[in-house]
Write a protein that binds this ligand. Structure first.
Ligand code: PLP
Length: 610
């Protein structure tokens, strides 16, 4: 179920009542006058939105000389007297408030409120506003909580009152920077109203006296203040609020929680997404140290210190291309072993980077045939490098890395592996098998976010690769030099936030229990999926002994993929089309932040569709 807006929490003076927020102004001026200090209108208005005693202190802080606590209390006392004397004359309801609130209530939305007025002041405002036809479902004053704005506590009280647990189902509407700050601190949506606001600080008559350009200039200043405070929406008048709520609901629906049953990008953990919230500079030492720790951790998942991981900006294919382009000598001959789309992609890469190569192409539903490879290696002594895909994500088939590597090594060849969809879920012992290089990415079994790829290769091989690459951006040697000699410095702009997410994804990986735990979970997911669909008569096309526990291809039969996709999407599952040319299929990945229960729910959702 998509989330929707459940409450709109309004401010009072300047937002819903008291056009221009004038009630407190005279009070502040009188209060300071009583202690012999003249303040300007502008000074009186600047801290608007705070609890009134905090407001007095904020004005005091603007004075050239500090004043005593006694003077502050005296100013407050006089402020209260003035305010109480005229507050009831400032309870006019602002334009469009009544009908907007009626329309919100019709959508089942609760009307909350918070204020910088004390409870005693609000008693009068609430009574007067009610007489004028405005009465919210809940109101709390800053003096009824430990701290007023910009603290979020008044908003929390509203949420508690209405039984709302997710602040993203609430909008705070106000007319000051303090209102927006309160909303941001509560993590709700925020909207600033320009006309009749304290930030604009004009009476209706003053507004009417301005020329159109003067008014636009004044409004632009208010807009800038709301923008700086972090407002999600900035509106002229309350009649735009319904559109704001509709737009938020559209965003909430568009971004409703879902499970991705794909080979990447995947469903990721909240901690991984949250890790992106800090902005870092590419050459900052703290950031570079994080990068170095990521390089180190990635290397040690499949290799040791004889190897180095080289990160690259881009998706997995960038790493595959960099590996082929940079680590193969210009005159070296490559043998590609192909049994799927990702193998074919490497041929395109080799063509475009003008590499000298041959290929053996196999049936997509069968693993690479080692006997055929042996025959070719025996016949063709010129071959220098053998390249294959470990888990062919096209079908989900697993090619045998140990057998293929041993075979190639027995003929003295180098071995490069595209382990994009298997890295971190399958044990790939690079030093033990003597694999020379491997390519993978952040957004598959490491369960990070898309945007980073990497090659792990023997250091000796990388160091000898200077000048091999025909591409500048994908030059692995250059990137290696920069990352390792530069202490974690990317060449060119680094996707800093994605790297932070990858750091967190590696921490999550360790926390889960590393490769054994991840393999166990994926295996359990895979089993439930295959058994469940088998019972529904939906068969997987790869023999179980060659099938990976990463992604599985199923016969579509007489199901319509587009219809199945839409039906499952409305149940919160995203599935993947098939890539086989020989028959209609669809694919289901079972990697990412997904668990056996999710798989069981998916099977149930598919059963409902057929
Ligand atoms: C995902 C994947 C790639 C890289 O594909 P991108 O779309 O560039 O991320 C390469 N090889 C295999 C086997 C893959 O699964």
């Amino acid at each position: 179920m998509a989330k929707t807006i459940k409450t709109v929490i309004f401010d009072w003076a300047g937002t819903t009542v008291d056009y221009g927020c004038f009630a407190p102004i005279k009070g502040f001026i009188d209060g300071f006058k009583s202690i012999g200090i003249d303040i300007t209108n502008e000074m009186a208005r600047k801290p608007m939105g705070l609890l009134k005693i905090d407001h007095i202190r904020a004005i005091a802080a603007m004075l050239p000389e500090p004043i005593s606590e006694e003077q502050i209390l005296k100013a407050y006392e006089v402020f209260e007297e003035t305010l109480f004397a005229n507050i009831e004359q400032h309870c006019d309801i602002k334009d469009h408030v009544i009908e907007t609130i009626a329309a919100l209530r019709e959508q089942g939305i609760k009307i909350g409120s918070t204020t910088g007025y004390t409870a005693a002041m609000m008693e009068r405002v609430l009574r007067k506003a009610k007489e004028h036809g405005f009465s919210p479902d809940f109101c709390i004053s800053a003096d009824q909580v430990a701290k007023g704005r910009p603290y979020p506590y008044m908003i929390w009280h509203n949420l508690m009152q209405f039984g709302i647990s997710d602040p993203r189902e609430a909008v705070k509407v106000g007319d000051t920077a303090a209102d927006i700050a309160e909303g941001k601190n509560a993590d709700c949506w925020t909207a600033g109203v320009i006309m009749g606001s304290s930030e604009l600080g004009l009476t209706r008559a003053e507004v009417a006296a301005l020329s159109e350009t003067e008014l636009e200039d004044r409004k632009a200043i208010v807009r800038a203040a709301y923008y700086k405070a972090g407002a999600d929406y900035i509106i002229d008048d309350m009649n735009e609020l319904l559109d704001v709520v509709a737009d938020i609901n559209r965003k909430l629906a568009q971004n409703a929680a879902r499970k991705l049953l794909t080979p990447g990008p995947l469903t990721t953990r909240p901690a991984v997404k949250r890790a992106m919230l800090t902005d870092h500079c590419t050459w900052d030492d703290t950031y570079k140290a994080i990068t170095t720790s990521v390089l180190n951790d990635i290397t040690h998942i499949s290799a040791n210190d004889d190897y180095a991981a080289v990160l690259l900006q881009g998706s997995g294919s960038y790493a595959v291309e960099a590996m082929i382009n940079s680590l193969c000598g210009k005159s070296e001959k490559i043998l590609f072993l192909v049994n799927g789309e990702y193998g074919r992609r490497m041929l395109t890469i080799a063509d475009d980077s003008r590499r000298y190569y041959e290929c053996l192409v196999f049936d997509e539903t069968l693993p690479i045939d080692t006997a055929a490879v042996k025959e070719r290696l025996q016949k063709d002594g010129d071959i220098d490098v053998v390249v294959f895909v470990h888990c062919e994500t096209t079908t989900g088939i697993i090619n045998p890395p140990a057998e293929l590597t041993k075979l190639a090594k027995s003929y003295g060849k180098k071995v490069f592996v595209d382990a994009m969809s298997s890295f971190a879920a399958y044990d790939i012992d690079m030093p033990g098998l003597d694999i020379d290089a491997l390519a993978a990415s952040s957004n598959k079994c490491l369960e990070g976010l898309p945007g980073l790829a990497f090659v792990i290769a023997k250091k000796t091989l990388i160091k000898r690769s200077c000048g091999n690459s025909l591409s500048h951006s994908l030059d692995l040697f250059d990137q290696y030099q920069s990352l390792y000699a530069g202490g974690g410095k990317f060449r060119f702009t680094s996707p800093t936030n994605v790297l932070l997410a990858l750091r967190q994804a590696l921490d999550e990986y360790k926390k889960e229990g590393g490769l054994p735990a991840r393999r166990k979970r994926y295996l359990a997911n895979h089993e439930i999926l295959v058994r469940g669909l088998e019972k529904l008569g939906i068969r997987s096309i790869i023999a179980p002994e060659h099938q990976s526990y990463i992604i599985t291809t199923f016969e579509l039969g007489n199901l319509n993929f587009a219809k199945l996709y839409e039906a499952l999407k409305s149940d919160g599952f995203i599935i993947y089309p098939g890539k086989l040319t020989s028959m209609p299929t669809f694919r289901l990945g079972n990697i990412g932040d997904v668990y056996p229960e999710d798989m069981a729910n998916l099977v149930a959702a598919i059963e409902k569709c057929i």
